[in-house]
Design a binder for this molecule. Structure first.
Ligand SMILES: [Zn+2]
Length: 137
């Protein structure tokens, strides 16, 4: 298995066939964290706040492999882990898309809203450079 560089940050992967997208966060736990200090955790955006509503599902290992937590060892999360790995590989190569046997996907790193500087994670907002509120104004 070739190593992949999975960077810390926010990553949005859109299935271009279904139009659905998912946002992931990768970050390193603080050294004084109660849970897994110093470890890197991959998490899925599961709520309306794209800076905090993330649910972790695995550890990101140094070689770019994702070790799913026991309760997340399901086909669903295996698919998500694969998406994060393929997306990171695309970014590493300077590309913004990848394909699997099932579909074509686009990959975007988060950006900041040009007006209010909030984190943007949806494909629409990333394309506009503005969040939904600022786009209305
Ligand atoms: Zn804004």
């Amino acid at each position: 298995m070739e190593p992949i560089n999975i960077s810390n940050g926010f990553l949005t992967v859109k299935n271009e066939t279904t139009g659905q997208h998912r946002t992931f966060r990768v970050r390193t736990q603080k050294e004084d964290a109660k849970f897994a200090p110093g470890m890197r955790i991959v998490a899925l955006l599961t709520g309306p706040d794209n800076t905090s509503d993330y649910r972790g599902f695995g550890f990101v290992l140094d070689n770019g492999w994702i070790s799913l937590w026991k309760k997340n060892k399901t086909t669903h999360f295996e698919g998500l882990a694969k998406a994060v790995r393929l997306a990171s590989k695309a970014i590493e190569k300077g590309e913004s898309s990848f394909t699997t046997q099932k579909a074509a996907y686009s990959v975007q790193l988060s950006k900041r809203c040009l007006r209010c500087n909030r984190t943007l994670t949806t494909p629409e907002s990333l394309e506009r450079g503005l969040g939904p509120e600022c786009a209305k104004r």
